[in-house]
Design a protein around this ligand. Structure first.
Ligand code: PHE
Length: 449
């Protein structure tokens, strides 16, 4: 059993939980991965498939994860441990909690590097460094930046400080409050960018790109990738949502919150495409994803637009909010872990996680310059190894374990079922216990191959 329980905090309301959960869910993946994935893999055919995966795999597992947290009302390790004991299952289940903490730590390290880029580019936009310059200059700025160890490390360090500074204030005054400001802010900025893109360049080409139904582009690979993304984007598999669920009070409905979070998450992913691609198409660039899209293609466009630095700055604030609200969901569970498992005070736990993450993030940042030649597992660079291992391997493993465990131990009474809603409980249990582990298993095998 854990030592030294301080009185646990909880979310103030359903809305507070929804903003924090949406903060975890909406991240870099929504802005730079999903729109391109959809556009290049079959348009609306892909979107329909993706919504199907959300409905039958990702949403049920998210319900599983949050429900376990809500029942346990403590850190994942102790939750697995006590529920396993009550239900006469092996106590080895608690290692799922350790695995989650390790996964979150790795994600936090590499994510901080990328999030640091958004901070740096926000600075570039505001200072006018990206105004009226040639495409070549844009490329050079990016190359110079990532090959400069000091700047890269400083940007990540700054981002880690932002995150930990918020977590220092705790669940209500830190995570909840900042997400209730950042998330509505993110939606407003996104809407403003979509309206801007529509009024300047029109949405037609982007709507075609994102939504034209083309079944021939849906390959087995894209099917597996879309399932993997559904999983990553809802922030499940690393026990982060479980910790957020453990801050829920009895009366708040898990199912309702999960539905709202999933819809908001999908909305941001689709709107991001409508904010970004009109600019890209108008400029005659081809659509892409990842850092190339964010820090090369888009800055090329911004540099030529009227009020380009303003549009650019808004865009990088959007990216920063998306990244920061997600990184709170890595940091808060890790701090909670130290507070409850090592009986640390919040301040001390925050300091410990900050130091560890700074070390990890620095190593990841240096793999773009000083340690560019270093290879892990024989052939991949450090940054890619950390990102791949955590998101493509550890997250699915955690997801499978969480889904099965919840299917085994969560009972009807935990869902407050009525005779009328009983059927939903059985449907959820079937999806969590059988369908999700099988489907996620396919994603895992695909990554391992
Ligand atoms: N959902 C976040 C994104 O889309 C990433 C994330 C993964 C957050 C796992 C928490 C846990 O970027």
């Amino acid at each position: 059993m854990s030592k030294g329980f301080a009185k646990r905090e909880s979310w103030s309301s359903l809305l507070a939980f929804v903003w924090a959960g949406t903060g975890a869910a909406v991240g870099l993946g929504n802005v730079w991965k999903f729109p391109y994935m959809a556009g290049s893999s079959g348009g609306s055919a892909f979107v329909i498939l993706y919504i199907g995966f959300l409905a039958i795999v990702a949403i049920p597992v998210m319900i599983s994860e949050i429900t376990l947290g809500k029942i346990g009302q403590r850190n994942p390790i102790d939750t697995f441990d006590s529920l396993a004991k009550i239900h006469h299952k092996t106590r080895a289940w608690r290692f799922t909690g350790h695995l989650g903490a390790f996964t979150l730590f790795l994600i936090f390290c590499f994510y901080s590097v990328v999030a640091g880029w958004s901070l740096q580019y926000l600075r570039f936009s505001i200072s006018g460094k990206l105004t009226n310059i040639s495409p070549n200059d844009v490329q050079n700025i990016w190359q110079q930046f990532i090959s400069n160890p000091t700047e890269m490390v400083l940007a990540s360090v700054l981002f880690v400080f932002f995150t930990m500074g918020i977590v220092l204030f705790g669940v209500k005054k830190g995570v909840e409050k900042s997400c209730s400001i950042m998330m509505p802010g993110l939606f407003l900025i996104l809407l403003a960018l979509v309206i801007y893109a529509a009024s300047q360049f029109g949405l037609r080409e982007s709507l075609h790109f994102l939504f034209d139904f083309d079944l021939s582009k849906v390959s087995p690979r894209t099917i597996v990738a879309s399932l993997g993304h559904a999983f990553f984007t809802l922030a499940i598999g690393a026990c982060a949502m479980m910790v957020y669920g453990s801050y829920l009070s009895k009366e708040i409905s898990v199912i309702k919150s999960v539905m709202i979070i999933a819809i908001l998450d999908l909305t941001v992913a689709l709107l991001s495409g409508l904010a970004i691609f009109p600019l890209i198409f108008h400029h005659g660039l081809s659509p892409s994803q990842g850092p190339g899209l964010m820090f090369i293609s888009l800055p090329m466009v911004f540099s030529t637009l009227p009020y380009g630095n303003l549009v650019g700055a808004l865009f990088f604030i959007l990216l920063f909010f998306a990244a920061l609200s997600s990184s709170l969901s890595f940091a808060e569970p890790l701090v909670n872990f130290l507070m409850e498992r090592a009986a640390m005070k919040r301040q001390k736990a925050v300091i410990a996680i900050t130091i560890l993450t700074l070390i990890g993030a620095t190593i990841c940042a240096l793999s773009f310059n000083l340690w560019q030649q270093a290879r892990l597992f024989g052939k991949i660079g450090i940054f890619d190894a950390v990102a791949d291992l955590s998101t493509n391997i550890l997250l699915p493993i955690g997801g499978i374990l969480i889904a099965i465990f919840a299917g085994l131990v969560v009972k009807e009474k935990d869902f407050n079922t009525t005779p009328r809603t009983k059927i939903w409980f059985h449907l959820w249990r079937f999806l969590s216990l059988y369908v999700a582990p099988f489907a996620i298993g396919l994603v895992l095998i695909n990554s391992l191959l």
